[in-house]
Write a protein that binds this ligand. Structure first.
Ligand code: FES
Length: 161
C-alpha cells in the first residue's frame, strides 16, 4: 500500500522492464516495432495506457504507436491466452474441412473468433495459409503445425494442453 493506494507491484515491475527496453532501443532506427514486440512479450498485450507510455518515452505521437499496433496482426490490444490456436482457412484447408474445424472449436471452447477462452488458456484466430496445403486441413497451436486435422483429433489434441 502506497499513500493509501494499493500497489500492483507485478504490474509496476513489468512497466519498469519495458522502460528499460525503451532506453536500450530508443535511439536506434526502426526501434518502435522492436519495442512493441518486447513490450507485448513482457506485458502480454498492448493496452492504450502502455502504448501511451511508449509514445511519451519515444517522444512521438500516440497515433504513430497505435497505427503500427493496429497495422500488424501479431500485435494485440486485448489480453491473450496462454496458447494461440490458428485454424487455417486458406483455400485448400477451407474446402477440406477448415470451416468445420472453426465451428467445432467455437462450440467446444465456447470462444468467438479473435477471442480468448474464459480460463485464459486459448486465443482463437484464423490464418490464410500456413504452408501445409498438401495435408489440409491444418491448424497451428503456438508455433507447431498440425496437419490433416479432424474435429475428433482436434478435441484429443486440446486435452493435452
Ligand atoms: S491453405 Fe491451409 S495450409 Fe495452405
Amino acid at each position: 500500500m502506497v499513500n493509501g493506494v494499493s500497489c500492483d507491484c507485478k504490474e509496476q515491475k513489468k512497466y519498469g522492464e519495458i522502460l528499460n527496453i525503451i532506453d536500450l532501443y530508443k535511439d536506434k532506427e526502426g526501434s518502435l516495432i522492436q519495442i512493441l514486440h518486447a513490450a507485448q512479450k513482457i506485458y502480454g498485450y498492448l493496452p492504450p495506457d502502455l502504448q501511451q507510455l511508449i509514445a511519451d518515452s519515444l517522444d512521438i505521437p500516440f497515433s504513430e504507436v497505435s497505427g503500427v499496433v493496429s497495422f500488424y496482426s501479431f500485435f494485440s490490444v486485448k489480453p491473450r491466452g496462454q496458447h494461440t490456436i490458428r485454424v487455417c482457412l486458406g483455400t485448400a484447408c477451407y474446402v477440406r474441412g477448415g470451416k468445420k474445424l472453426v465451428e467445432h472449436l467455437i462450440k467446444t471452447l465456447n470462444v468467438e473468433l479473435g477471442g480468448t477462452t474464459s480460463d485464459g488458456k486459448f486465443t482463437f484466430e484464423v490464418a490464410r495459409c500456413i504452408g501445409a496445403c498438401g495435408l489440409a486441413p491444418a491448424i497451428m497451436i503456438d508455433d507447431v503445425v498440425y496437419k490433416q486435422m479432424t474435429p475428433a483429433k482436434f478435441s484429443a489434441l486440446l486435452e493435452k494442453f
